[in-house]
Design a protein around this ligand. Structure first.
Ligand code: SF4
Length: 364
């Protein structure tokens, strides 16, 4: 299958741990940006996509009118939004109004992923988030009232100054709302983030402890742990992301977005103004990189992505030829199991996955 990803690189402020490609205070460029994304989508007109994912940044930062313009462009060049097997939009509580929720639902978007991070207002403030728990709750209720039946909630684990009780309370309040999907990410401090500048370090032991707590609580509540950071009620696993982990093809449009088709991975430049001005003709693409993945590099990528799934991945002859020695070493160290031709992360491998994945990226 092929997925379509649209990147909306705008945020209402900058979270202190984040160095993603997202811009604050660029409202004057929103409309122009949507125009550029539409021009880029036109290059792929007529392609068939099963899933649509509008991510960011914060897509809900766009006005109702700009969101409408974006969804109309999707429908002009591809299929009706309601015909995608899964169509996700990322939102943040501080910028999603009831009008926007109604618009997204009317177009047939069928999945919303919302950043909660914590139910503790002091923790939210310390992270530089711009919503509070009350705002999240009223948004969640609005989403349900308007008719969204597939909601994902993002949480952060391993915040050094968040007590274990506060994390456990966030989990139990989240579970009591019964979202269909929950993502729990260990706090990552981007190199160019405010926290990095202040010398804040993640607490890996606490992250592991929090993730164990999350896993036990979510599994007891009927969620399936299907990817390192992701839990879903049965049947609500994110199809768009599963395609990434299966090393499937996707088209990414927008500033800094990446596409992967026919073994070629290309990424747009992270320069907002440059992207907005691009004509999107053969000779005028705002690319930052374009590379052909082949041989060991491609096999390593497939292994690294596939191992993220708790069900693991079936090993091909090529994988065994290219990485047999590395796989045996990882098994001996207790990071993976190799059973019936399938490789899976162990509990230790799950929490040290970055170390495991290093075996599969160049230099080998
Ligand atoms: S973490 Fe998300 S909401 Fe916060 S600045 Fe980064 S992209 Fe924006």
């Amino acid at each position: 299958m092929t997925g379509l990803y649209i990147h909306i690189p705008f945020c209402s402020g900058k979270c202190k741990y984040c160095d993603f490609v997202s811009f604050e205070g660029k409202e004057a460029l929103h409309s122009q940006y949507v125009g550029a994304v539409s021009r880029e989508m036109k290059m792929y007109a007529g392609m068939t996509f099963e899933t649509l994912y509008i991510g960011g940044g914060t897509p809900s930062e766009l006005s109702t009118a700009n969101l409408k313009k974006l969804l109309l462009a999707v429908q002009e060049y591809f299929i009706r939004v309601r015909e995608f097997a899964e169509s996700t939009v990322e939102v943040n509580p501080e910028s999603i109004s009831r009008d926007k929720i109604i618009l997204l639902h009317q177009f047939g978007m069928n999945r919303v992923s919302m950043g909660l991070q914590s139910f503790d207002d002091a923790v939210l403030k310390s992270l530089g988030r711009r919503h509070d728990a009350a705002r999240f709750l009223s948004t969640f209720r609005d989403l349900r009232a308007v008719g969204f039946k597939n909601i994902s909630v993002d949480l952060i684990a391993g915040i050094p100054w968040q007590g274990r009780e506060s994390f456990a309370e966030t989990l139990s309040k989240t579970i009591s709302l019964s979202p269909e999907h929950v993502s729990v990410y260990g706090l990552e401090i981007g190199d160019a983030s405010k926290f990095a500048g202040e010398g804040v370090q993640p607490d890996e032991d606490l992250a592991r402890d929090n993730l164990e707590t999350a896993r036990a609580a979510l599994e007891a509540a009927g969620y399936v742990h299907y990817e390192i950071s992701n839990f879903a009620k049965p049947g609500f696993e994110c199809r768009h992301n599963l395609n990434y982990w299966d090393n499937g093809e996707y088209v990414g449009v927008g500033c800094a977005a990446t596409s992967y088709q026919g073994g070629i991975r290309k990424t747009n430049a992270p320069l907002l103004e440059h992207y907005c001005d691009a004509a999107f003709e053969d000779e005028n693409l705002p690319l930052a990189s374009c590379e052909k993945l082949a041989g060991k590099e491609k096999t390593g990528e497939t292994l690294m992505l596939g191992l993220r799934k708790l069900s693991g991945l079936r090993l091909t002859d090529e994988m065994l030829l290219d990485f047999g020695a590395e796989l045996s070493k990882l098994e001996k160290r207790g990071f993976i199991t190799l059973t019936d031709g399938t490789a899976k992360l162990t509990r230790d491998g799950l929490y040290l996955s970055n170390e495991v994945f290093r075996a599969f990226v160049p230099p080998f």
